[in-house]
Design a protein. Structure first.
Length: 379
């Protein structure tokens, strides 16, 4: 990319994507899992803010040909963009949209027995993966209901390409959570065994999402539904630090400095007079705000940015489209400079996990809330 093209694409606020980091993460997981287990990346929520179409196309280029999403619209978007391979909808699709499943070659998760009957009554062939509730109690037919699960496999209009469950405590490796995870795995294994005894062809079997792949790779089946970890992160800063060097963050969040001005001692900045200068300083207004996904919780010094490699605090309230930084300690800053909110600058770094911790949430939420008007640019 030429400097002119970069300036045009990165004129206000943008996300930079590191495809080499993505390739590294894909290879890391391929090496961690048994050879027979294939990746089925979760590229829901616009690929956790990274851009689902960009991620889907690049993952196709890297040899990945199975994906999962949250809803039918996400699947349609990928198909229209030319993303190849199996696409599994993990969530609920309303019967009024069942026709979209066949039109766009999408597989649907069977959220319970009654839903399977609705899918079957649609009257056309539907490819499905049967969800089994082994203890998360969110979606899936309960694991003890073997007869009902078996009946799903007998429905004439449903082609069962797979069966899966979701392990809900794999992010913690303490004794209590380990025991619960193992019970879930045993319950799921019992269901698969019983179905096979009854002549049901289960199809692809899958249990693991990101934390399962990190902490329990021995339970890998035919697919591994890697999510946040594919993008080089785990849900907390502490978890991510344990795997530093193994995973590489794919995303950086940056914005332009629009204006730099003096602020004198005793003057206020921003809505509600929330910031008062205790001494003379300089303020940089930056072209990014909460409509772009910068959490409002970072207001009043709780959040920081990197400007010319120096950490500077966010002052006053984060606005919808802009925010302000105290750059009194960076005398060389000028309009047009980059401010980095997630990523590196001159060797200094702010991580998504750090931002999440300051907002008392997880990286998954911070990234998935990044706004659609942010341009996604390959670094």
């Amino acid at each position: 990319m030429t400097a002119e093209m970069r300036n045009e694409l990165c004129d206000r606020a943008w996300i930079e994507l590191d495809y080499e980091a993505l390739r590294h993460n894909v290879e890391f997981f391929k090496g961690r899992l048994p050879k027979e287990c294939r990746l089925m990346p979760a590229i829901k929520a616009d690929a956790y803010g990274h851009g689902a179409i960009l991620m889907g196309r690049e993952l196709n280029r890297l040899g990945v040909d199975a994906f999962c999403v949250a809803c039918v619209e996400e699947g349609i978007e990928l198909r229209r963009a030319g993303v190849k391979g199996e696409i599994l909808i993990l969530g609920y699709t309303h019967p009024s949209r069942f026709d979209m499943l066949g039109k766009y070659h999408l597989a649907q998760a069977v959220v319970d027995y009654d839903y399977a009957r609705e899918l079957n009554r649609f009257g056309k062939t539907v490819h499905v993966h049967v969800a089994v509730d082994t203890g998360m109690h969110r979606l899936g037919e309960r694991s003890e209901n073997i007869e009902r699960i078996c009946a799903i496999y007998g429905m004439k209009n449903l082609i069962a390409d797979g069966i899966f469950s979701h392990l809900c405590a794999t992010d913690v490796v303490a004794a209590r959570e380990q025991a619960y995870t193992r019970r879930q795995v045993e319950e799921f294994g019992h269901v698969v065994e019983e179905l096979e005894k009854r002549g049901c062809r289960c199809g692809k079997v899958h249990l693991l999402s990101s934390y399962g792949m990190m902490n329990y790779p021995q339970f890998a089946g035919d697919y591994a539904r890697v999510g946040i970890a594919l993008y080089g992160l785990l849900s907390t800063e502490e978890d991510g630090a344990a795997w530093e060097g193994c995973l590489r963050p794919v995303l950086s969040l940056k914005a332009r400095v629009a204006s730099v001005r003096k602020l004198y001692a005793g003057e206020h900045a921003g809505y509600g007079m929330q910031f008062e200068a205790v001494g003379d300083t300089r303020v940089a207004t930056v072209c990014i705000g909460y409509a772009d996904g910068v959490p409002r919780e970072l207001s009043n010094g709780r959040g920081e940015a990197l400007v010319r490699g120096t950490r500077v605090p966010i002052i006053g309230r984060v606005c919808m489209d802009q925010l302000m930084l105290d750059v009194g300690g960076v005398p060389e800053v000028r309009a047009g400079d980059e401010a980095v909110f997630i990523g590196k600058s001159y060797g200094e770094r702010i991580t998504a996990g750090e931002v999440a911790a300051r907002c008392e949430t997880i990286t998954n939420e911070v990234l998935s809330r990044l706004g659609a008007r942010l341009r996604r640019v390959v670094a």
